[in-house]
Design a protein around this ligand. Structure first.
Ligand code: AMP
Length: 115
């Protein structure tokens, strides 16, 4: 039942890992949508934001703090960037292991596709 992201976190399949600590791992998206496109993922397998619980508060906060650190490291903090977490079908979630997208390096346009 291990997700592809759990396999990356465990080192079982390769990825361009840019950060790892006891709570989260960050690696470059395999299909980048912007010059910087990094996924920040809880080491613990949590399927969607809907499954987050009170005990996940530290890991949830860590996602944001690592995003901030990586944005600075990537040199995109000043110009700005976007943080995004997709949930289930309407959110367009494809991998059912919570992950935050860090996107930047160019103007990203409107937040949502216009209908
Ligand atoms: P989401 O639609 O929010 O679930 O995003 C899933 C993201 O995971 C997509 O942007 C994919 O390109 C990315 N992805 C899928 N498999 C891999 C992988 N093996 N390594 C890195 N990124 C991946």
């Amino acid at each position: 039942m291990s997700t592809i992201f759990s396999k990356i976190i465990a080192g079982d399949i390769p990825a361009d890992i840019v950060y790892q600590d006891e709570l989260v791992t960050a690696f470059r998206d395999i299909n980048p949508q912007a010059p910087t496109h990094i996924l920040i993922v809880p080491n613990k397998e949590i399927a969607t934001v809907n499954e987050l619980s009170e005990e996940d508060e530290r890991v949830a906060g860590r996602l944001l703090l690592v995003a901030k650190k990586l944005a600075a490291q990537e040199g995109i903090a000043e110009d700005g960037y976007r943080l995004m977490i997709n949930c289930n079908a309407h959110g367009g979630q494809e991998v059912f292991h919570v992950h935050m997208h860090l996107l930047g390096g160019r103007p990203l346009g409107p937040m949502l596709m216009r209908r």
